[in-house]
Design a protein around this ligand. Structure first.
Ligand SMILES: NC(=O)c1ccc[n+]([C@@H]2O[C@H](COP(=O)([O-])OP(=O)(O)OC[C@H]3O[C@@H](n4cnc5c(N)ncnc54)[C@H](O)[C@@H]3O)[C@@H](O)[C@H]2O)c1
Length: 271
């Protein structure tokens, strides 16, 4: 059911790779809720061509941009305003990539060039986007920026390797930039800390499927799906959450506040 929560709002949605992507669901929901937006992804990710289907379905234009390039981000924010006919109201940062994870390198043996690449793509890209947007004054007052993160930023999940540190940085950037952008332009910046979700980035993590089942058995509500995550992001883009900024918001079915569940206890033979 649609509520018209984003009626008249203009946005930029990054990271829709295929229909499993969290960003894909956000785009579908944003469209249903009345938003117009630009879709963007790294030029290399466009090769699969899947994003064209989403663009067609949501009547949106695609503007490729590598999120590590300030020049390409400048083009993205400039052209998006032209295409959409005005300033931006919401931005979804849904970008994550660790070469160390891809190559299954253990955390204690991290390759530092790969580590730097992961930081640039997955955390610094948020800073770059915000800096570009602020310089161009591209985001409307009370605009909302959401970046996706995971609880490995607060607690250790060994298989999350360097992405844990990178997510901690991403969340810190949301707080730090949120302060400055809030003071100057009332722009809100939050991170949503999502359950494990079966996407390309998610399933690339070693042991992901077992962890998915484990988290599902711990969380009282079970794992939050990509679609649920999209619904939550929509509320954060809407005017209903105007005073929420600089927060890391858990969207995980209660996982983060559960020590142990009876389901897990039973697996150990404890009734
Ligand atoms: N899947 C999970 O379990 C999970 C859980 C919590 C948080 N997240 C976060 O959600 C976000 C979206 O990931 P997803 O799970 O939907 O997976 P996904 O693989 O569908 O999306 C990741 C996206 O990042 C894009 N990307 C990579 N490098 C880029 C670059 N240089 N410039 C621009 N875009 C680039 C990819 O093309 C892809 O579209 C990520 O930040 C991820 O860490 C995922």
């Amino acid at each position: 059911m649609a509520y018209g929560l984003l009626k008249g709002k203009k946005g930029i949605i990054t990271g829709a790779l295929d229909e499993n992507s969290i960003a894909w669901k956000v785009a579908e929901k944003a469209y249903e809720e009345g938003a117009t937006f630009v879709l963007t992804n790294a030029p290399i990710a466009m090769r699969m061509g899947e994003i064209n289907k989403l663009a067609e379905k949501t009547s949106s234009q695609i503007i490729p941009a590598d999120a590590t390039s300030v020049d390409e981000l400048t083009t993205l924010f400039t052209q998006s305003q032209e295409v959409l006919g005005g300033k931006i109201d919401f931005v979804l940062h849904s970008i994550g990539m660790s070469v160390n994870i891809r190559k299954k390198i253990p955390y204690t043996e991290s390759n530092y060039d790969y580590f730097m690449k992961g930081i640039d793509v997955s955390a610094m890209s948020l800073h770059k986007m915000l800096a570009v947007a602020k310089k161009l004054d591209a985001i409307n007052e009370w605009g909302s920026v959401v970046a996706l993160t995971h609880m490995a930023a607060q607690r250790t999940f060994p298989f999350y390797t360097d992405m844990a540190d990178i997510k901690a940085m991403l969340e810190s950037i949301a707080r730090s930039f949120g302060y400055h952008y809030g003071i100057e332009k009332k722009v809100r910046i939050n991170t949503v800390s999502q359950s494990p979700t079966k996407t390309t980035a998610g399933t690339g993590i070693k042991g992901f499927n077992d962890f998915f089942d484990y988290a599902n058995a711990i969380a009282p509500l079970g794992n939050a799906s990509a679609e649920d995550c999209a619904n939550y992001c929509i509320t954060l883009f809407s005017d209903l959450t105007r005073m929420v900024t600089m927060q890391n918001l858990y969207h995980d079915g209660g996982y983060s506040n559960t020590g142990v569940s009876t389901t897990i206890m039973k697996k150990f033979g404890i009734e």
